[in-house]
Design a protein. Sequence first.
Length: 105
Amino acid sequence: MKVRISVPVDLNLQNNAELCINKQISDSDGKNDWETVVTTNAVGGSEYLVDLEPGHYQKMLGTPTGLSSFSSTFDITPDKQYIDEEGKAFSINDDGGLTELINPL
């Protein structure tokens, strides 16, 4: 089941920059690796709308030659939540937007 999500892009990018979204996969021996699911040219940063399956992801901003200027991880849960690298949880709306979940005290 894929979820439409507007993935936050944390930096404003320069010309010729690329946004890559990688999904963590495990092989039959239990070793983890990253599989690229999205690569796109990115000129300005704020959000990128994409359909993703639940899992653990890495977003990387960098140059077409592979030099990374920024990376962070996030999770998509089966119950349509986006959890950022800092552990903040957001519900994923039907239009892909994110609404921060506030934990009661």
